[in-house]
Write a new protein. Structure first.
Length: 341
């Protein structure tokens, strides 16, 4: 059952990458990522004991007595290394967009040759190609690690690739010493580690999509109260929304709607002397705007200078800061009412 679940998850990741190519320009790198994840999914599928057994029964043993399923799995990993090497090549500064196409054709040609050799002759040759390509990918990935959504995705993908490189070396050693080829149904650590590596690669390939979706969901939850209040006062800021709007687009729309509503409530760009000059402190400024948004008829006066995001703060971060203070105001309102009684 584990083999089936792993294959399903990886095919879902491949489908997500296909969807990303469909909604954005199909560049050489994006197409290569689709090919790479699909290759990993193919390897994971043929590694399912029942599927591998069916392939072996259908085609029998190939040249050298090696089962066809083993050659297919190895070839799929060769294709993964080939396609990901194209992505890695695109990340090097010396490779321009003009010559990336030529380099990609050279890499794909080499990979196709390696697959043909693997299927017709030598399993060792295929694993050697996998190991070399994974080392190149790991070096490239290590150069681009940083603490961003993309950087975290690269870290996961690179970690999985490093594990694949180690497993490829272990496979080469296994063949050279004459050990019996490990099969997916055999007990031990070998195939579970392959599954972990494949899952890390699949997760890394779609990490940025997952993280952006999660962050958008959290943002919608944090600004829900402020958004509802401002929309009740200024419903005109909301265009007709579709129920199927993507989460990230919905979050961006609600940020814009809150900013528009705050702007309208402040008088639409009129500067008021009574408002004073906004302080540099973001929390202090957000607290005053939130209290004014919660009670616009109170003593506080706000103009457009207070509504605009402080220097160095994005509209999304600014609205989140206001929304946090707004929830504090809402939470303290029952306590003030009880104290007044």
């Amino acid at each position: 059952m584990t083999f089936w679940l792993v294959a399903l998850v990886i095919w879902m990741a491949a489908g997500a990458r296909v969807g990303r190519v469909l909604v954005k320009p199909a560049t050489t790198a994006r197409t290569a990522i689709v090919v790479a994840v699909a290759a990993v999914a193919t390897a994971a599928t043929v590694a399912i004991p029942e599927v591998g057994l069916a392939v072996d029964h259908l085609y029998g043993k190939g040249i050298g007595g090696v089962m066809v399923a083993d050659r297919v799995v190895t070839s799929a990993w060769v294709l993964f290394g080939t396609a990901t090497s194209v992505v890695a090549a695109a990340a090097w500064p010396i490779v321009s967009r003009r010559n990336l196409g030529q380099i990609a054709r050279l890499i794909y040609g080499t990979g196709l040759t390696a697959i043909l050799v693997t299927m017709a002759w030598s399993l060792i040759f295929g694993w050697v190609m996998v190991a070399f390509s994974c080392v190149f990918i790991a070096i490239t990935g290590a150069r681009h690690l940083d603490w961003t959504a993309l950087g975290r995705g690269i870290a996961l993908y690179t970690t999985g690739t490093v594990v694949v490189a180690g497993l490829a070396v272990a496979s080469i050693r296994q063949i050279l010493v004459g050990e019996e080829q490990a099969r997916p149904a055999d007990p031990g650590w070998f195939w579970p580690v392959w599954q972990v590596a494949a899952l890390l690669i699949a997760l890394g390939a779609v990490w940025i999509v997952i993280e952006l979706w999660v962050r958008a969901r959290l943002l919608l939850r944090r600004i829900r109260g402020l958004h509802k209040t401002m929309l009740e006062r200024f419903p005109e800021v909301m265009a007709h929304e579709s129920g199927g709007t993507a989460t990230q687009l919905k979050a961006s729309d609600q940020i814009a709607q809150i900013m528009d509503a705050l702007y309208l409530q402040s008088g639409g760009g009129v500067e008021l002397a009574a408002a004073g000059v906004p302080p540099e402190s973001v929390p202090e400024r957000a607290n005053r705007v939130a209290r004014w948004a919660h009670n616009p008829l109170g003593e506080l006066v706000i103009d457009a200078r207070w509504i605009s995001p402080p220097e160095g703060v994005s509209p999304r971060g600014w609205v989140q800061a206001i929304a946090r203070e707004f929830e504090v105001c809402r939470a303290s309102e029952p306590a003030r009412a009880a104290a007044g009684r």
